[in-house]
Structures are given as C-alpha cells and as structure tokens.
Design a protein. Structure first.
Length: 362
C-alpha cells in the first residue's frame, strides 16, 4: 500500500551529507513544546493494564491517545497487529517530523542527523526482506519513514524484485558506495555492521570537536549509545566462543564513552565480565549477569533503561538544551517499541511474563 500524501509531512529527498547548520537555535521554544509532547506519553502504569487486554482492546485503548489519527487513517486497510504495526510506525515518523518543524538551528541540525538511523534501519530491512523472500507487504510493515528516505521512495524500493535494483535506486545517497562495492547478496551481517559504523562515523563527523555545551551533551548521548552497542556485540561474540581480535575488532564501533573495546575483546569471558564491574554500566546490568545467561534480551533492556534514566537526569541538569529534546526522542521510540512488543507478543501467543521481560518501562 502506498500513501504518497505522507511525503508532504515526513521524509525528505535523499541527498549527500552536505547540510550545514543554519539559522538561530530556538531552545526555549522547542524545549517547551517537547515537554508538552512528552507529557502525552503513556505513563508506566498503563503497561500492566495493556497486558490484560487482547489486541483489539489494546488498539481501542491507544486509539483514545496520541495514536488516534494514525489508527483512524489506516483502519480501512489493516486490522489486528498489522494495523497496530503500521499505525505505530506512522505515528513515530510524524512525531519526529513535527519535532524537526518546531526546532531550528543547532537542535534541528543535530536531531535531523540523529534520525538518519532510520534510513539505516530501512535499508537493512529492505535487504533482509529480499534475502529471505519476504513479501512487499511484510517489508512495508517494518519500514519507518523518519529519516531522509521518503515513504514513497521506501514503498518503491519494497516493490523491487532484487537487492541489486534497490542498491541502484539508492545511487544518489551516501549509502550507495558501500552497498554497491561491498554487498553481494549473502554477507548481510557484515553489511549491516558496516552501515552502523558508517552512521556513527557520520554522526561524530557532524559533531566535530564539540566546543559548545550542546554539542558536548549530544556527543555524550552518542558515546553512551556506542558503548551499549559494543557491549552487546562483545557479549554475543564471547558467548559464541569468538576470541580472536581480528574477528572481533572489525565489528566494534569507534567513539564510545568509556569502554576500551580492544582490551575487553582480548579477555576470556569471565575476565571480560569482571572488567565490566569497574564501569559505570555495572549497576545497570549486574542483575542479569548470571553464568548460564543464554539470551541478551535482559542485557539490552537494562542498557536501554540506563540510557533513558541518564537522559532524564541530564534533562533536569540542563533544562534548556539539546538534552530534553533527545530525552523525548528516545522515550518516544521506547514507547513505540514497547507497544510493538506487546502487540506482536499477543499475536504470537507468548506468555505474559515473556512479553514483560522484553519491555523497558520507567
């Protein structure tokens, strides 16, 4: 299904990374608007109630909230968990588009660059979908037009027959050289990691050597995020028995806040865990550090919760800055993820406890 009218609201024309910061920053106005938007997020007390509902009941419940227009717009085309998935994606994209409309200067520049992560997400989804022969509708269901690739562009890409066509259609974007030169249709894990590295390298390039308070705060957000991603990758590799530096280091993202990835990569699993005790992350993850840990879901949830709590703390310390805006960005994304987990968990018939374990609620 194509909804070209949405291009008027979300997404911009793909282009090379040549945008410069323009205009005067409007932090006081933007933060006031953002705090009002954050007040409309679902309170944590909502989630236990949702767990006691069926899919249609949950849909009706959130239809009385900020998701009403999204559900109303799409209810003629979809139903059940599919309706929820499309409505959540639409709402997230429109929310971030609104965020860009109410910001100017520095915050607009930094947030728009941060949101390019959705281009990376969408490209990964498209390539993965083609590799596993997913239908056009299955691919569309998981695309989120919150970056620079428009909804119409993403719809056209999803309809293409092969990954080669998709890559060629991206020939005017920053991602084309990497995809065209490196992706052969089978090395998806490698290309996904390279796209992540490209994204963070681009973000750090945008930040430059941060001199302003806001760029320093923004850089801290990104560095914390890099540490979390690297930690998850290290756990995954070490649990799989991978110990060779030349196998681990190419998967690490440069620019983290605290973790010395090369040192950690060289340690056996037990010493690796022991080394993490000395980091700021230990209190957040210690509760899931058990010898027979067979899933990273708990670890990833704890790290995300740490990021959310850090954002809130710094938001209070720096009330008129980029921090409250970033705080809202990641809380909104977390709310959508939580709702998606509940909908899909209910659809799959998962036990409530298993669904709850995947939620990050603060």
């Amino acid at each position: 299904m194509r909804l070209p009218y949405l291009d008027k609201i979300w997404g911009k024309k793909p282009r090379k990374s040549d945008k410069k910061k323009k205009g005067t920053s409007n932090y006081a106005y933007a933060v006031t608007r953002v705090r009002a938007m954050k007040s409309k997020l679902l309170p944590k007390e909502t989630y236990p109630r949702l767990m006691n509902m069926g899919i249609d009941e949950i849909t009706r419940f959130i239809q009385e909230s900020e998701y009403k227009n999204d559900i109303d717009e799409l209810a003629m085309k979809y139903s059940g968990a599919d309706l929820a998935e499309h409505a959540l994606n639409r709402n997230l994209a429109l929310t971030y588009a609104k965020l860009l409309l109410i910001t100017a200067g520095e915050p607009n520049y930094l947030i728009s660059e941060y949101l390019r992560r959705y281009d990376i997400w969408n490209i990964k989804t498209l390539l993965r979908g083609k590799q596993y022969n997913a239908s056009e509708e299955e691919i569309l269901e998981t695309l989120i037009s919150a970056g620079e690739l428009t909804y119409t562009t993403l719809s056209e890409l999803a309809a293409m027959e092969s990954y080669e066509e998709i890559i060629e259609a991206l020939n005017e974007t920053d991602y084309y050289p990497l995809l065209q030169e490196e992706y052969d249709g089978t090395n998806l894990a490698y290309i996904e990691n390279e796209l992540d590295k490209m994204y963070y390298s681009g973000l750090f390039g945008v930040i430059g050597k941060p001199r302003s308070k806001d760029r320093k705060l923004f850089a801290r957000f990104i560095k914390l995020e890099v540490d979390a991603k690297n930690m998850g990758t290290l756990f995954r590799l070490k649990k799989a028995g991978v110990e060779q530096l030349d196998e681990i280091m190419p998967l690490m993202i440069e620019g983290g806040l605290e973790l010395n990835t090369e040192k950690l990569a060289s340690l056996p699993y037990e010493e690796f865990v022991e080394a993490l005790r000395k980091t700021r992350y230990w209190d957040a993850i210690s509760g899931v550090m058990v010898p027979d840990m067979d899933s990273l879901t708990g670890l990833e949830c704890r790290l995300l919760k740490f990021s959310l709590e850090s954002a809130t703390t710094y938001s209070h310390v720096s009330p008129i800055s980029i921090v409250p805006i970033m705080d809202y960005v990641i809380y909104k994304n977390n709310e959508v993820n939580n709702l998606r987990i509940i909908f899909r968990g209910k659809e799959a018939g998962l036990e409530d406890e298993l669904i709850k374990d995947q939620l990050v609620v603060i």
